[in-house]
Ligand binder design. Structure first.
Ligand code: CAA
Length: 258
């Protein structure tokens, strides 16, 4: 079935581009969209002519996180059985180079999606953040682990505990992004880099990616399991309901620790 919430094209030889396509909701990640990304990557993994993939939300926004309309009514039991976890694992398993071109907001699951890429190219106007704490929850798609590995404990703690954002320039300085570009150049530069990688020997590229991932993989698995459990538990709290309700009512949440 053709995807409905992402667009796929081939901007250069050996390169495929996935563009998230729900601009009216700031590319918020519905379960359908995550499934479409996972399915597209699974197909690209099998296609010999695909050598590298660019993932982008377009020129204005990368993704504003999990779709909060969808998340609002979820219970702990729903989260335990959530197909999203499988989609995230499938994205993490993608064996070929994945480059994220990030413009505008990459928040919550959006920041986590960017961190699933092997390389992040950030525009000057990019805003990275893990604002889940404002909703009474925590990052649930690897943010506590991958962000910490990328930027170190102190800055990761600041972002995860306060919900503050990093600019593109700060992301570059912190090591979250590999390059900083003008916003209009982010996607062309990601495509250019993907095209260059696409010319390299595919077996060496695949094993190089796998080898670099091994630098952090063992620790990651343990941390992801803890994060998942903590994320699920928080769905039972009143603070989580209050956080999501306050977002849609455009008011400040009142958290009671219940
Ligand atoms: N889910 C659903 N809808 C969203 C959304 C989201 N995450 N983010 C934005 N939208 C919708 C808004 O409801 C709004 O819809 P309407 O036009 O129908 O009112 C539309 O997108 C535009 O949003 P804003 O008016 O808020 O746009 P803005 O430019 O003023 O602000 C923003 C943009 C800073 C991204 C702000 O929308 C925002 O803070 N969004 C929520 C960010 C967030 O909390 N993300 C974390 C989600 S939890 C998570 O991600 C957990 C996980 O994966 C494991």
């Amino acid at each position: 079935m053709a995807p409905t919430q992402i667009r796929i094209d081939a901007p250069a030889d050996g390169v495929r581009r996935i563009t998230l396509n729900r601009p009216e909701a700031r590319n918020a990640l519905t379960t359908t969209m995550l499934g479409e990304i996972a399915a597209a990557l699974a197909a690209f993994a099998e296609e010999e002519e695909v050598r590298a993939v660019v993932l982008t939300g377009g020129e204005k926004v990368f993704a504003a996180g999990a779709d909060l309309r969808e998340m609002a009514e979820k219970t702990v039991v729903d989260v335990l059985d959530d197909p999203r976890a499988g989609h995230w694992r499938a994205i993490a398993r993608f064996p070929k180079p994945l480059i994220a071109a990030v413009n505008g907001y990459a928040l919550g699951g959006g920041c986590e999606l960017a961190m699933h890429a092997d390389i992040i190219i950030a525009g000057r106007g990019a805003r990275f953040g893990q604002p889940e704490v404002n909703l009474g929850i925590i990052p649930g798609a690897g943010g506590t682990q991958r962000l910490t590995q990328l930027v170190g404990k102190s800055l990761a703690m600041k972002l995860v505990l306060s919900g503050e954002f990093l600019s593109g320039e700060e992301a570059l300085r912190a090591g979250l992004a590999a390059e900083l570009t003008e916003d209009a150049e982010t996607i062309p530069r990601a495509v250019e880099l993907a095209a260059r990688i696409a010319e390299k020997p595919p077996l060496a590229v695949r094993l190089a990616k796998e080898a670099v991932r091994q630098a952090s993989e063992a620790l990651l698995a343990q941390g992801l399991a803890f994060e998942r459990k903590a994320f699920t538990i928080l769905f039972a709290t009143e603070d989580r309901r209050e956080g999501v309700a306050a977002f849609f009512e455009k008011r400040k949440p009142v958290f009671r620790g219940r």
